[in-house]
Design a binder for this molecule. Structure first.
Ligand SMILES: NC(=O)c1ccc[n+]([C@@H]2O[C@H](COP(=O)([O-])OP(=O)(O)OC[C@H]3O[C@@H](n4cnc5c(N)ncnc54)[C@H](OP(=O)(O)O)[C@@H]3O)[C@@H](O)[C@H]2O)c1
Length: 272
C-alpha cells in the first residue's frame, strides 16, 4: 500500500491525516497517511532517508516549508516563486517539491464566490503563507495587490521577488491609513497569540470581504476585527486547508478528490 505522511514539528495536531483518509474513502484508493514529527536539526538527514525507504509522498508544514525546498531534486515553478514547499512528490531519483497553498486559496475563494479580478486586495503578513498565495493572487488580476507587515523590510523584499509576476505594493500597517480594500486576507500568525496586527480604521470598502488563513481558535481575533470593521462576510482558512490538500492528492494520485462533503462536514466559519 502506498505510504504518505505530513512532516512537521510539532505535527500531532495536523488535520491532514483526516483529510486524506476522507479523500481515499471518497475516491476508493487504498493508502496510508500518518504524521511524522521531525525536528529541524534532523530534516536534512531524514528527507533522503525517507526517499530511500520507499515512501510515496509527504505534505510539509511548519517549520520546514522553506528548508525542505533545498532537499528536493527539483521544485515546481510555483514552489520556487513561493520559496516554500508543502508537497513532496516521489520522482525517479529524489523528491519533487511543489506548493499547493496558493492554488488551495484560489479554489476556496472561487467556491465562496469571492472575486479577485479588478478588486483592491490587501494581504496582511509577509511570512511563508503570504509567499505561497501572492503569485496566484497576482495571476488572478486584482486592480491592486498590497502586502503589509509588522517588519517593514519583508514586503519590500516580496515586491522585488514577485516583480516578474506582477506589481505588488509593499506597505507597513501604519501606511495603510486612508486606504480602502474590497478584500482583506489575513496571512499573519498573530491569531495564535490571540491578536491581530495593529491596523488603521476604515480599511474595508463598502461590501468588502475578509478572509483569514487561520482557523479554529486562532481565527477569532481577526473575525472579531472584521465584523467590527463592517465586512460583508468573514471566512476562516479551513476551506483553503481542504483545497490545498485536494491539490496535493491530485499531484500524487492523478485524481481530483471531491471536497464538498468535507467542506460541509467541517462547516468553515462564515460570520456573516
Ligand atoms: N489555511 C491554510 O491552509 C493555511 C496554510 C498555510 C498557513 N496557514 C496559516 O497562516 C498563518 C501564517 O503562517 P506562516 O507560515 O506565514 O507563518 P510565518 O512564516 O511564521 O509568518 C508569520 C507572519 O505573521 C506576522 N505576525 C506574527 N505575529 C504577529 C503579530 N502579533 N502582529 C503582527 N504580525 C504578526 C509576522 O510578521 P513579522 O514578519 O513582522 O514577524 C509574519 O508576517 C498561520 O496562522 C498558519 O496556520 C494556513
Amino acid at each position: 500500500m502506498k505510504r504518505f505522511a505530513v512532516i512537521g514539528h510539532p505535527v500531532a495536531h495536523s488535520r491532514s491525516p483526516l483529510i486524506h483518509a476522507r479523500f481515499a474513502e471518497d475516491t476508493g484508493l487504498a493508502l496510508q497517511y500518518g504524521t511524522l514529527d521531525i525536528a529541524p536539526e534532523a530534516l536534512a538527514e531524514q528527507v533522503p532517508t525517507l526517499f530511500a525507504a520507499g515512501w510515496d509522498g509527504f505534505n510539509v508544514t511548519l517549520p520546514h516549508k522553506a528548508a525542505v525546498a533545498a532537499l528536493c531534486t527539483e521544485v515546481t515553478p510555483r514552489a520556487a516563486l513561493a520559496g516554500a514547499v508543502n508537497t513532496l512528490i516521489r520522482g525517479p531519483a529524489g523528491w519533487t517539491g511543489d506548493n499547493t497553498d496558493g492554488a488551495g486559496l484560489l479554489t476556496d475563494l472561487e467556491v465562496l464566490g469571492i472575486i479577485v479580478r479588478d478588486r483592491r486586495v490587501l494581504v496582511l503578513g509577509a511570512g511563508g503563507a503570504a509567499r505561497g498565495i501572492l503569485g496566484p493572487l497576482l495571476q488572478a488580476g486584482p486592480a491592486e495587490l498590497v502586502v503589509s507587515n509588522r517588519n517593514p523590510w519583508k514586503p519590500e523584499a516580496l515586491a522585488d521577488a514577485f516583480r516578474s509576476v506582477g506589481p505588488l505594493v509593499p506597505r507597513t500597517h501604519l501606511a495603510l491609513k486612508g486606504d480602502q480594500y474590497d478584500l482583506v486576507i489575513n496571512a499573519t500568525s498573530a491569531g495564535h497569540g490571540g491578536g491581530i496586527p495593529r491596523l488603521p480604521d476604515g480599511l474595508l470598502a463598502t461590501g468588502a470581504e475578509a478572509y483569514d488563513l487561520s482557523y479554529g481558535v486562532a481565527h477569532a481575533p481577526f473575525a472579531d476585527w472584521a465584523v467590527a470593521a463592517g465586512a460583508r462576510r468573514v471566512h476562516d482558512g479551513l476551506g483553503m486547508l481542504i483545497e490545498q490538500a485536494a491539490e496535493s492528492f491530485e499531484r500524487w494520485h492523478g485524481i481530483r478528490p471531491p471536497t464538498a462533503g468535507l467542506r460541509a462536514a467541517w462547516g468553515s466559519a462564515d460570520r456573516r
